[in-house]
Design a protein around this ligand. Structure first.
Ligand SMILES: Nc1nc2c(ncn2[C@@H]2O[C@H](COP(=O)(O)OP(=O)(O)OP(=O)(O)O)[C@@H](O)[C@H]2O)c(=O)[nH]1
Ligand SMILES: [Mg+2]
Length: 357
């Protein structure tokens, strides 16, 4: 569905710096009929608890002339559920997630091949608007780079919300590329009627091709999203093998999984100033020997990660090891060190040596 509008930036009076949705009366013009909005909402809620159709499979390779393939960038402010969505679409965890912002720090490609179509999804860091340090500049460069040269953009917001941080990401979207508004976390909206005026206001903000209220953790909603995205992908040969799930190496995944456990097991102050580097990654038959360093900015942070009698670090290591063993299907010997490098996140050179773009 199309609004036929050409606005690229939202009307200023509908923005709120405080993180709350403010909908001005002017933004409620009925660009879309109530029936259409009701149908849109019904599709999202009707999918609750329904059975998921089986994957169409890739047993017989379609002729090259019939293959469809395209890039789909998943963008949005921090913590709206972009990586949760990517993992659900790929059908396996390829991008780490947590309830804290700034979980994703790299462009992560996740693929899914179904029948003749290969979907190449690109997860991106949440666009940073608060601190202008070297790390955040790197994260934002990644986002800006990812929205160009894709076939489709999935712009993720939390259903019922739109603030300045969302608007800043929306302003990055090129006019020429079709964009879907994905109103995620729809399960948290308890009164469907409340969301209709919000959806109408979103129609005024950008020339979205489609509006999809859904939940990334609802399998039927995710299934529906494939059908919505497919028509925007060109007929062209696949870029990856039918069974490939990500372009990232096991070594990269090891660093990410350790960072995820760090994010999930520590307090709010830490994640922002910490990163993980892999010092050693060796494969000996079915065994992987991995040595990693968690880098923090302050001595106090080091203490927080190690915890009393080393308990916290031990737990981070154990949880990471279990997940890495499941991922690689073998044994993992994991050693984690913690180092202080004060001011690393504001040092362009160091941010680069730690693997950020
Ligand atoms: N209730 C609900 N929670 C969700 C949904 N999707 C994601 N979440 C939760 O939202 C939080 C953030 O999810 P992520 O996938 O890490 O978000 P992100 O947008 O990738 O975050 P950054 O990488 O930091 O930008 C996690 O706690 C998820 O479990 C959803 O559909 N419903
Ligand atoms: Mg993420």
């Amino acid at each position: 569905m199309s609004t036929g509008k050409k606005e690229s930036s939202p009307p200023a009076d509908t923005l709120s710096q405080s993180g709350q949705t403010v909908i001005s009366p002017a933004s409620l013009a009925p660009a879309q009929s109530q029936d259409a909005i009701d149908a849109m909402l019904a599709q999202a809620t009707a999918s609750r608890g329904a059975a998921v159709p089986a994957d169409s499979g890739t047993q017989s390779l379609p002729p090259v002339g019939e293959q469809r393939c395209g890039l789909i960038a998943i963008v949005g402010k921090p913590n709206v559920g972009k990586s949760t969505l990517l993992n659900a679409l790929v059908g396996q965890k390829v991008s780490i997630t947590s309830r804290k912002a700034q979980t994703t720090r790299h462009r992560i490609t996740g693929m899914r091949t179904r029948a003749a179509t290969q979907f190449v999804f690109v997860d991106t860091p949440g666009f940073q608007t608060r601190h202008g340090n070297a790390l955040n500049r790197s994260l934002n460069r990644t986002v800006v780079g990812a929205v160009n040269d894709v076939d489709l953009i999935v712009f993720v917001v939390e259903a019922g919300q739109f603030n300045l941080a969302d608007a800043k990401v929306l302003a990055l979207l090129p006019e020429k590329t079709p964009a879907i508004l994905l109103a995620n976390k729809f399960d948290l909206i308890h009164r469907r009627a409340e969301i209709a005026p919000w959806l109408r206001s979103m129609q005024e903000r950008h020339n979205f091709s489609e509006f999809v209220p859904m939940s990334a953790n609802n399998a039927k909603d995710v299934e529906r999203l494939f059908g919505i995205c497919e028509k925007y992908l060109p007929v062209q040969p696949w870029m990856y093998g039918a069974d490939e799930l990500t372009d990232r190496s096991d070594r990269f995944m090891a660093a990410e999984i350790i960072r995820e456990k760090l994010f999930r097991l520590t307090g709010d102050e830490l994640p922002y100033t910490s990163t993980v580097i892999i010092d050693q990654y060796e494969e000996e038959g079915n065994l992987r020997k991995i040595a990693a360093t968690i880098v923090v900015e302050r001595d106090g942070h080091k203490g927080m990660i190690i915890g009393e009698k080393g308990e916290k670090l031990k737990r981070i290591g154990t949880e990471a090891r279990h997940e890495l063993e499941a991922l690689t299907g073998g044994k993992v010997f994991l050693e984690i060190w913690v180092k202080v490098r004060s001011g690393w996140a504001d040092d362009e050179a160091r941010v680069k040596t730690f693997g950020y773009e």
